[in-house]
Design a protein around this ligand. Sequence first.
Ligand SMILES: Nc1ncnc2c1ncn2[C@@H]1O[C@H](COP(=O)(O)OP(=O)(O)O)[C@@H](O)[C@H]1O
Ligand SMILES: [Mg+2]
Length: 397
Amino acid sequence: MKLAILSRNRHSYSTSRLKAAAQARGHRVLVLDTLRFSIGLEHHDPDLFYGGKRLSHYDAVIPRIGASITFYGLAVLRQFEQMGVYCANESIALSRSRDKLRSMQILSRYDVGIPATAFVRQKSDVLPAIRRLGGAPVVIKVLEGTQGVGVILAETEKMAEAIIETLQSARQNVLLQKFIQESRGRDIRAIVVGDRVVAAMRRKAVGDEFRSNVHRGGTTEPVILDQEYERTAIRASQIMGLRIAGVDMLESDTGPQVMEINSSPGLEGIERATGIDVADAILEDIEQRVLFPDVDLHHRLRLTAGFGVSEFTVHNMPGLENKKLRDTHLAEENIHVMSITRHDAVIPNPRGDEEVHPGDTLLCYGQLSSLRALMPEKPKRRKKNGRKNITDPGIGK
Ligand SMILES: Nc1ncnc2c1ncn2[C@@H]1O[C@H](COP(=O)(O)OP(=O)(O)O)[C@@H](O)[C@H]1O
Ligand SMILES: [Mg+2]
């Protein structure tokens, strides 16, 4: 394979390790400076130039895009995608992970623990939000901070209000987060590659610092994750759409709480702490996946008028419940069930003899007119025990 590592610093630990791992596996690899690319767009022909010359063919790209050049780096990565080159992490997933609020919004829908988080704009909304999080102390974060910069612990409500006001007046968007006291100064960093955790460490802050980032002087130790932490790290990366991720989790009394998912995780800390060759695991994953560059399914499907994808949960649907797929009206109407989600497990590409259970979530592809008939009424939000819950969808068929 011919590989490119997009990196501004060819001598950094992570870049050199990835390069060495690629070479050790017999690949050609070049480190290319993300900012030296230019993008060319012409009818039917997305193109890339490097140092003024048209870029030759590459099989795969490993993005190592620093926070300070996210915008340009993402544009370059997208261009590789448009040209059909496999990217070790997709641009869309990378851009999701760069924004802490966006990450939490995506994760909050799924069965992955996160610290309760709030985002407000009006001054008058700050105090009620803090109270909903359980009161001070509370953590305040700028949305695109890294390495612990822009993460502040406010001990009192008054302090929190003052900090938020100051940051907002400096045009910074900030989120508020419940302070997980029992995990103070400690967190877990798990490196997920593909669908497994390849290495994990615990980071501990020094002195009375509450942030455990290595850049804030935090120390590291290897850990073997228990199942719940491992599952959470893998799920979080999958939900974000990342194949390579550093998942940061707080160790709360109620289990793992994902704080952040890094799409270009540093390799130095984790390899030194665990002695595991993470770079090699990344290269192995790329070898496995290189023939499958990302297909933006929704986009492709939109090009076929009248067809689409929809998902629904089976509930009071006698036409479906406890029947084999081939005996349901789905088959008759030529609706293809792409996957069934049952509890935590996903059954991909289910066969005709697979039985549909109440509570299953079906991901379907078919004619929109047929799918429409299946869709349940929109669930209503209703106050329950002082909290808003989504009630069970009442389903027509
Ligand atoms: N809600 C929280 N409760 C307790 N500690 C936290 C919380 N959020 C962050 N921290 C601590 O602060 C550190 C930095 O926060 P994080 O959101 O990962 O920002 P960064 O992107 O700057 O690393 C974490 O590694 C953790 O030690
Ligand atoms: Mg972090």
